[in-house]
Design a binder for this molecule. Structure first.
Ligand code: DGL
Length: 289
């Protein structure tokens, strides 16, 4: 696990953890993190106005991601979790450059790739958005540590819109999953990485697809990533210690019925959602980036 030697002594353990995604996907990470660290204050930003990220250009995803990171820095977060594979794949370098080790930064790809590279798997499938598959980041990160693992990637772009529509556990998601998982590329795999934070919302259906057919370990990232966040905060002595339950705040670029429904399903009915449009303040030519 990545443990930084950077000093974070200027940070307040009571400061919030910022988490972001294009939509409901990052809630799968936020939920596990909440279960693991119930005392932590969390700010969730869902960029619902711009989703899906997975079909956008690298430049567009970088612009959206930097706007959100700027907002979370203004909110004085002690840690930012990029709970989006597409944003990690397209924008992690610029986010890292923007943050400059001033706070803890956790992405969703490297902890999973690290774990898989140490596993006994031989042939690992990755399903993800076009942006994530196009970046090749899972393959590169796994093979950097372990060249013996064959990584097979498949872009599954229709899953995010279906999940955002609240259509998981329906005939539509079932047909779509069969279409994708039957792909030649995913034959004879022994593990499948759900390379999009939306996909844990259909992980039961994916497990059902393989049940009785093939032994495929389905690897979804929320618990792996949450574990990484906890260890990074612990190593930096930044875990909130007062035992008081943390606050959860939700900011959205568009307040959509499905986001509200999914968030309430995960965190209970009494949630408040704030509309927060972010300035287009990212200019790669600006020396601060
Ligand atoms: N949940 C995100 C991911 O992990 C984004 C999906 C999208 O907006 O296309 O890739």
């Amino acid at each position: 696990m990545a443990k930084s030697k950077t000093s974070y002594s200027h940070l307040d353990p009571n400061a919030p953890i910022g988490i972001f995604d294009s939509g409901v996907g990052g809630l799968t990470v936020a939920k596990t993190l909440r279960q693991m660290l119930p005392q932590e204050n969390m700010i969730y930003y869902g960029d619902t106005k711009h989703l899906p990220y997975g079909d956008k250009s690298v430049e567009a995803i970088q612009e959206y991601a930097i706007r959100i990171v700027n907002f979370l820095l203004q909110e004085e977060c002690k840690c930012i979790v990029v709970a989006c594979n597409s944003a990690t794949a397209a924008a992690f370098n610029v986010i890292q450059k923007r943050i400059q080790d001033s706070i803890i930064l956790v992405d969703v790809i490297s902890p999973v790739a690290e774990l898989v590279s140490c596993s006994i798997h031989h042939r690992v499938g990755v399903i993800a958005t076009k942006a994530t598959v196009g970046s090749n980041l899972y393959k590169k990160s796994i093979n950097k540590k372990n060249k013996k693992i064959e990584v097979r990637q498949l872009a599954t772009p229709l899953l995010v819109p279906v999940i955002e529509e609240g259509l998981s556990e329906s005939n539509i998601s079932e047909a779509l999953l069969h279409h994708y998982l039957d792909s030649k590329k995913l034959q004879h795999i022994d593990a499948l990485i759900l390379g999009c934070t939306h996909y844990p919302l259909v992980s039961q259906e994916i497990r059902k697809f393989y049940n009785g057919k093939a032994h495929v370990e389905v690897i979804d990232s929320p618990s792996i990533v949450s574990h990484e966040v906890r260890e990074r905060l612990r190593a930096a002595s930044l875990l909130k210690q007062d035992g008081v339950a943390g606050k959860m705040q939700f900011y959205l670029s568009d307040i959509t019925p499905n986001f509200k429904k999914t968030a309430k399903k995960f965190f209970g009915k009494s949630l408040h959602f704030s509309l927060k449009t972010l300035d287009a303040s990212y200019n790669p030519a600006d020396p601060k980036y």
